[in-house]
Each structure stands twice: as structure tokens, then as C-alpha cells.
Write a protein that binds this ligand. Structure first.
Ligand SMILES: N[C@@H](CCC(=O)N[C@@H](CS)C(=O)NCC(=O)O)C(=O)O
Length: 268
């Protein structure tokens, strides 16, 4: 089993947390969307949306985060039960998974990145797309589509309504989570579940953007829960290793330097 993913990608974090929690072995391929590695022809021809994560098991390829997670869950259950009585997620867990996945972190994240960095990265990525398009003319129309999407995203970031809608959506979601965590220790009951796997990267993104006072610490149940789930080995391996404390600067600086140097050398 192969996973194409990156530590920066919220959806990749959800899948990797699932793999760690379920103890499933896989081959990991890092595809950094901020440095345009997702535009490389080998990955782009398999997945013209260029989005991560992508999960591959033999000839079976899955592009949708929730489908990947449910596939991993079925594999883990088959292994542990010998193929009998699969103990899959309850309707409540699946309901939370979809509810959390409906919130798209992209605009929210981009709005909170300082403009200087955002503009530099978006210009770099457009150049990368154009360079890859020149190398693989057979994929030109898919690359064109990606380029249009990049311009469209830049346009949307000029519209304050887009941020407001995303913030309101997040506030509604967190308010509902806060209520639920007042009744149970974890999101879908007293046991850690895939609903929690979906929520942890959202809280980690809020913390990465230095917005925890506004969105986490102002909600006491979520604040306590956040301390609790950060103790899990899966969190430490998938998120903490890259973003806790001083590691955050190192992780971000590495990607930033790559983009600056490549931009200066015009090496896309
Ligand atoms: N269809 C995917 C979307 C995944 C997605 O949005 N991935 C983001 C990172 S979290 C990405 O790869 N963005 C890079 C791009 O759009 O070029 C899903 O729902 O699982």
C-alpha cells in the first residue's frame, strides 16, 4: 500500500492518523503541494486534480479522504477479526466525519498566511505549473485547468466574504463540538474514534495559524480535549513531529527557503 501525502496537508494528516491508530504499514511518498511536487508528471498523470492524499493498493487508487479512511478501517478490521464480524464505525462517527470534512480549510488557512509569503508561493506555483506543462504537452489541458484554479483561488482571496463564510462555518462546527464534548470524553462517545481523527488536524491547523485563543481556548471542553488528544502517539508522529514548538519554524523555513532559492534561480 502506498500513500502520497504531505505533513502540511490537513487531509493527509487525517489519513496518516488513521493508519497510525489502526497500526497499518504502508509506503510513504511525500508530495509537497507548497513546492509544487504535486505537479510532477508522475503524480499528475495519476491524479490530474493534483491533490493529496492519494492512496494506492495495487491497481486500486482512492483520491477521496473519507473513502481512504473507510478503506483503511475495513482492512484493519479484516486483519483483527480474521474477516468475520467487521466492527466498523457507527452512524454517529460517520456523521461527524462528513460534518468535519465539509469545512474546507484552504481559504481559511490562506487568508491567515501573511500576504508576502502567500503571493510569493502562489506566483512560484503558477510558474511550476507552466514549466511542467511545457515538459508534458500531453497533459496540457489538465495543467491549464490547474492554472485557472490557481488564478481563481487568488481572486477569491481578494473577497472578504469568502473568509467570513469560512470563519462562520468553522465557528458553527466548533460550537457543536464544544457541546458534544461537554457530554462525552471524545467526539462520538467515551472511546477515541475516526471522528476524532478527523477533528485533530482541524485543531492543529488552528494552532499552526496562532488562532488557538480565539477558536480553542475560548471553548473549555475543546481546550481540555486538545490537551488530551495531543498525548496520543499518533498525534506526535503525524503532527507534533513537524509542528510542535521549535519544530514548526524548522518545517516552515525548509519549504520557504526551497521556494525562495528556486524563485531566485528561476528553477521551477
Ligand atoms: N478530494 C480531496 C481533496 C484533498 C485536498 O483538498 N487536498 C489539498 C491539501 S489538504 C491539496 O492537495 N491541495 C493542493 C492543490 O489543490 O493543488 C479529498 O476530499 O480528499
Amino acid at each position: 500500500m502506498q500513500l502520497y501525502h504531505h505533513p502540511f496537508s490537513l487531509n493527509s494528516q487525517k489519513v496518516r492518523l488513521t493508519l497510525e491508530e489502526k497500526g497499518i504499514d504502508y509506503t510513504s511518498h511525500h508530495v509537497n503541494p507548497l513546492t509544487g511536487k504535486n505537479m510532477d508528471a508522475f503524480f499528475f498523470s495519476m491524479n490530474p486534480s493534483a491533490k493529496v492524499p492519494v492512496f494506492q493498493n495495487g491497481s486500486h487508487i482512492i483520491y477521496d479522504t473519507i473513502e481512504i479512511i473507510q478503506y483503511i478501517e475495513r482492512i484493519a478490521e479484516k486483519v483483527s477479526s480474521g474477516g468475520n464480524n467487521l466492527n466498523l464505525s457507527s452512524r454517529e462517527v460517520i456523521g461527524w466525519m462528513h460534518k468535519i470534512q465539509e469545512w474546507d480549510a484552504m481559504y481559511f488557512s490562506l487568508f491567515h498566511v501573511p500576504e508576502k509569503y502567500r503571493l510569493c508561493v502562489s506566483k512560484f506555483l503558477r510558474r511550476v505549473i507552466i514549466a511542467r506543462m511545457a515538459e508534458s504537452p500531453d497533459l496540457a489541458s489538465a495543467y491549464h485547468c490547474k492554472l485557472r484554479q490557481a488564478y481563481d483561488t487568488d481572486d477569491k482571496l481578494k473577497n472578504a466574504d469568502v473568509l467570513r463564510r469560512s470563519e462562520n462555518h468553522l465557528v458553527r462546527l466548533l460550537d457543536e463540538v464544544e457541546l458534544k464534548l461537554g457530554e462525552t470524553s471524545y467526539l462520538a462517545g467515551e472511546e477515541f474514534s475516526l471522528a476524532d481523527v478527523m477533528l485533530i488536524p482541524v485543531l492543529a491547523r488552528i494552532e499552526l495559524l496562532n488562532l488557538e485563543d480565539e477558536y480553542i481556548n475560548s471553548r473549555p471542553n475543546i481546550a481540555d480535549y486538545w490537551v488530551l488528544v495531543k498525548q496520543r502517539p499518533s498525534y506526535k508522529k503525524v503532527i507534533g513531529k513537524y509542528f510542535d514548538g521549535w519544530r514548526r519554524r524548522k518545517t516552515l523555513l525548509k519549504t520557504w527557503c526551497f521556494i525562495r532559492v528556486r524563485s531566485m534561480l528561476r528553477k521551477y
